[in-house]
Design a protein around this ligand. Structure first.
Ligand code: GTP
Ligand code: MG
Length: 262
């Protein structure tokens, strides 16, 4: 748990908006007790800071797990295949979703929950590509949690037997800790990021089932050793599957569609 940026502060608010509503917020979640004051006036408060942080972190993750299991049960009951897309910012998550939606013959059965700190840009891009989307803006938060997804699913109302992609906030650290109730977690790494990423951010690779290596059209221009990258990732998680894609060249899309359909 990240205990410095307060990303898991349960008092933190988030907003859910639909691009169809011209950006009007359709849900604002202001958690009770939101306060901008941080413990002034008690001399011994800071001496217990570390213990309090651990207690809060455990509670937050346990509560998240409960809601994640509720989400997972709902998805299973409706036969909704939900995938949590995690990566650093700009790895190509939205671009990949855009081309997958266009390449899929079941685009009506694809739904997307977009997570970003600010803007409706990605949800708008997904709607333009032909799938229904909803945007969660996390404000200062650097990950989605199960409660945000629960609320977003109520607004998005994905159909039975559909595909649901959840594009997490671009961040290779905190989203690793938060189960959203997904069927599988997919970590996306672009070849411009370096082949040492699995060793530097092991939690994300340990908790994912599929690793997509993106922007492979750029391989001739960057020093990224695909074999070395895979070996590094397999040292962290030897069950990990790999697929290589170039969204701009539309390479590897059929393999991704096949993986998510199995
Ligand atoms: N060369 C190349 N560029 C790509 C590819 N996929 C995405 N890009 C570019 O990478 C940049 C980021 O793409 P996005 O799809 O917005 O990345 P993202 O992961 O959704 O970004 P965030 O949501 O901000 O984390 C854009 O300029 C894309 O055009 C690809 O396959 N090849
Ligand atoms: Mg995006």
């Amino acid at each position: 748990m990240c205990d410095t940026c307060e990303c898991s502060d349960p008092k933190q608010g988030f907003t859910i908006s639909s691009p169809k509503e011209n950006g009007n917020q359709i849900k604002v979640e202001e958690k009770e007790g939101h306060s901008h004051g941080h413990g002034h006036g008690h001399g011994n408060e800071h001496s217990h800071g570390h213990a309090e942080t651990i207690e809060l972190g455990t509670t937050v993750l346990n509560q998240n797990k409960l809601v994640a299991e509720r989400n997972r049960g709902y998805f299973q009951a409706k036969n909704i295949r939900a995938f949590n897309l995690v990566s650093s910012p700009g790895s190509g998550k939205t671009t990949l979703l855009e081309v997958l939606i266009k390449a899929s013959d079941t685009k009506n059965g694809i739904y997307v929950i977009e997570g970003d700190q600010q803007t409706l840009n990605d949800a708008q891009r997904i709607e333009n590509a032909g799938a229904a989307a909803i945007q969660i803006n996390t404000g200062n938060g650097c990950h989605l949690d199960a409660e945000m997804v629960n609320q977003a699913v109520k607004s998005l109302a994905p159909a039975e037997n559909s595909l649901l992609f959840i594009e997490n906030v671009g961040n290779l650290v905190c989203p690793a800790l938060f189960d959203l109730g997904e069927r599988s977690r997919i970590v996306i790494v672009s070849v411009t990021e370096g082949d040492d990423k699995p060793l530097k951010y092991p939690n994300m690779f340990e908790t994912s089932q599929l690793c997509i290596i993106s922007k492979t059209d750029l391989l001739p221009y960057v020093s990224f050793n695909v074999q070395q990258f895979k070996e590094n990732a397999l040292r962290i998680n030897h069950h990990l599957d790999f697929l290589e894609v170039s969204a701009t060249k539309k390479l590897g899309l059929a393999e991704v569609l096949k993986w998510i359909s199995v």
